[in-house]
Design a protein around this ligand. Structure first.
Ligand code: NAD
Length: 320
């Protein structure tokens, strides 16, 4: 990894729960950064997760990994992935959970910015796209440096479902879920393809596979995928862990890779909204360097507007 021009990179992870530790583990395996620091108010947990991951580093990357409850562990991070949050109590409405997370952000983020004034923030804590705007307002960071992991995970889930159905490698499936990371998200079927064959024309034994019914079912399954995992193990962590690590390395390693993350919709598609929605975006050293206006048909454009409205409504109800 070391080269003459290589600037050492430091990745921070806030939250040493299921998601934060999976992010740190995936980042260590992939060599996402030279240094990975985990911060949590639960200090013993953060220290233990840091040690457990570091103990296996002989077989992973050369990253230095550690954790703790002193905000100083985050000093001079280049990018911080925020996974800290309140746990959803049984029957607790979403808005109440969002309010609890807003309070955590208001108390925590100013301290984070004091020790890491140059950092970018990637919000994973849910509702991630809503909280990305809350975090922007608290820190004053521009949207390209304060964004949400958004629908990168959801898109990966959908591609996995399509790859299985078509019997092809997941990396040869091209489709995005965009919009809100939540109920109003939607797959952009109009440009979906497998190895340049439009999805609608994909056949197996001469039969069209991805009929409207099949597409609707797959879209629904991708959107509800988390519920199935939560039923079985209480929460999701591995897939979001590797998704967030993947986004982080595109930024820290200046890849100019395109992934759907959520930034503020300032006039894209003619939609002037304060909301952050996921759209395919070019990621590099400055975070989200460009948001792409992928072709959308009228129905998809309407769905994008609905997503922006849903997120704006959440922001308003949170007083942001
Ligand atoms: P968890 O309860 O296991 O971990 C949360 C951690 O946050 C805890 O260790 C807690 O001590 C810590 N924390 C709470 N307040 C803090 C503060 N003020 N400062 C520092 N740390 C603090 O929860 P989890 O399963 O890891 O999930 C974390 C979040 O990630 C949730 O909001 C969840 O909804 C979200 N999530 C998002 C996605 C996505 O795609 N965006 C996917 C999965 C989970």
């Amino acid at each position: 990894m070391a080269s003459h021009s290589h600037k050492r990179t430091k990745l921070g992870v806030i939250g040493a729960g299921g998601v934060g530790s999976a992010v740190a583990y995936a980042a260590t395996l992939r060599g996402t950064a030279d240094e990975i620091a985990i911060y949590d108010i639960a200090g013993e947990r953060a220290t233990a997760e840091g040690l457990d991951i570091a103990h296996g580093s002989m077989f992973a990357s050369e990253a230095i990994v550690y954790g703790g409850d002193d905000i100083e562990v985050l000093r001079d991070c280049d990018l911080i992935i925020v996974t800290a949050g309140a746990r959803q109590k049984p029957g607790q409405p979403r808005l109440e959970l969002a309010e609890a997370n807003v309070k955590i952000f208001e108390a925590m983020l100013p301290k984070v910015m004091e020790v890491a004034p140059e950092t970018m923030l990637m919000i994973v804590t849910n509702p991630c796209d809503v909280l990305a705007i809350v975090a922007q307002k608290i820190t004053g960071l521009p949207t390209n440096r304060c964004f949400a992991s958004g629908t990168t995970l959801d898109s990966s889930r959908l591609r996995w479902l399509i790859a299985n159905k078509a019997g092809v490698a997941i990396k040869s499936v091209h489709v995005n879920i965009i919009g809100e990371h939540g109920d109003s998200e939607f797959p952009v079927w109009s440009s979906a393809n497998i190895g340049f064959v439009p999805l609608d024309e994909w056949t197996t034994h001469g039969e069209r596979v991805f009929t409207d019914e099949v597409k609707a079912a797959l879209g629904e399954e991708a959107m509800k995928a988390a519920y199935r995992v939560i039923e079985g193990k209480g929460s999701t962590n591995y897939a979001i862990g590797i998704s967030a690590a993947r986004i982080a390395e595109a930024i820290l390693q200046g890849e100019q890779a395109v992934l759907p993350v959520a930034t503020q919709l300032k006039g894209y598609y003619g939609i002037h909204s304060e909301a952050a929605v996921s759209l395919p975006s070019v990621l590099s050293y400055n975070g989200v360097e460009r948001v792409l206006e992928m072709p959308l048909n009228d129905e998809e454009l309407q769905k994008l507007k609905n997503s922006a409205d849903a997120i704006s409504a959440s922001l308003a109800s949170l007083g942001y």
